[in-house]
Ligand binder design. Structure first.
Ligand SMILES: NC(=O)c1ccc[n+]([C@@H]2O[C@H](COP(=O)([O-])OP(=O)(O)OC[C@H]3O[C@@H](n4cnc5c(N)ncnc54)[C@H](OP(=O)(O)O)[C@@H]3O)[C@@H](O)[C@H]2O)c1
Length: 307
């Protein structure tokens, strides 16, 4: 049998992938693409589980840790993920993301979500350009004003960049319930594509006003801190999952929490962060299979509250 160039190439690619990725765990939703939701302002489909990078990707120059982050990114894209979220606030995370993207051959499915985070509006454009160079992307898909810092000046810059085709979507972020009154006011008055907030099965303040407002205003919702930076998953680890968790396809607490979040009709995507390939696979698998309806979502919240 003649060995063709194609079979050689396929063998080389398979070896490269095997070198980056450990074998998938049994039970992971192999081959099943994650569910998507449309970005309200355009209809573009986004898989409902993404990847955060705060702390987890802030690994500096350590070559072993940088390669571990690249392996997490490889597993993320391999499982059908798209949106990766970062910020100039996250130390070396931007540089590490750029390293991973380069190593993975710059996956075309990437949806890059960055932030501007400087108290001076004048410094915004230079900071955005520095972030862009770290990622090595021609432009960001989404730029968000981080924690509403200098939001009026930065939003002006971001809307101008969007009009000039230098980015695709504009957003604002907060977390853990901070400055929600101002956040809502900005949502009511600015033509945002996305808002990013904290939401999970125990932190549910946004259900009252922010999530309904996002629906009314046609804004996508990105959910940060789905696991309370690991505090929630660790707290629940010793507790039994309800036996009805199988009905919604959740075999771990992380999946239970993610399914609760992304099944809210106003939520577009949750962005858990992780240092682990098995966890990123587990998290993406939560975007597959059955999702809870409203009655089940209430049951999920009540169950966790009673633990
Ligand atoms: N104001 C803002 O704009 C703002 C604020 C906060 C966060 N964010 C964004 O939101 C992202 C997520 O929030 P976060 O980083 O604060 O925390 P998080 O995603 O709630 O939790 C991360 C922690 O969860 C653990 N974890 C991940 N997957 C798991 C699984 N399947 N099972 C058990 N544990 C798991 C990770 O540990 P392992 O490494 O062991 O998996 C990590 O310690 C950030 O990275 C950032 O991109 C934005």
């Amino acid at each position: 049998m003649t060995t063709t160039r194609r079979t050689i190439l396929q063998a080389v690619l398979a070896t490269a992938a095997a070198a980056i990725l450990p074998p998938p765990l049994k039970g992971a939703a192999q081959g099943r693409p994650p569910a998507t939701k449309p970005i309200p302002s355009t209809g573009e489909a986004l898989p409902v589980v993404g990847l955060g990078s705060w702390i987890t990707f802030n690994v500096g120059d350590d070559p072993v840790l940088r390669d571990e982050c690249a392996a997490v990114m490889a597993a993320f894209f391999d499982a059908g993920g798209r949106i990766i979220d970062s910020s100039p606030m996250y130390g070396s995370s931007q540089d590490v993301i750029g390293y991973g993207l380069e190593k993975l051959g710059r996956p075309s499915r990437l949806f890059s979500a960055e932030k501007v985070w400087t108290s001076s509006g004048d410094n915004g454009p230079a900071q955005i350009e520095e972030s862009r160079r770290f990622w090595g992307v021609p432009r960001f898909d989404l730029l968000q004003v981080h924690n509403l810092v200098a939001w009026e000046e930065h939003l002006k810059t971001l809307f101008e960049m969007k009009a000039a085709g230098q980015l695709r979507y504009v957003g604002i972020t907060t977390s853990e319930g901070r400055r929600h009154d101002l956040f809502e006011e900005i949502m009511r008055t600015q033509p945002l594509d996305f808002v990013q907030i904290t939401y999970n099965v125990v932190d549910r303040e946004v259900e009252d006003r922010i999530l309904p407002l996002a629906r009314d205003r046609g804004m996508g919702v990105i959910v940060n801190r789905p696991f309370q930076q690991g505090v929630l998953t660790q707290r629940l680890e010793g507790e039994p999952l309800p036996e009805w968790a199988t009905e919604i396809g959740a075999s771990t607490w992380a999946q239970f929490i993610l399914k609760f979040i992304v099944s809210h009709p106003a939520v577009t995507v949750a962005i858990p962060a992780t240092t682990r390939v098995d966890h990123v696979r587990e998290n993406l698998a939560a975007a597959t299979g059955p999702m809870p309806d409203e009655a089940t979502r209430r049951r999920m919240a009540a169950y966790v509250q009673d633990l």
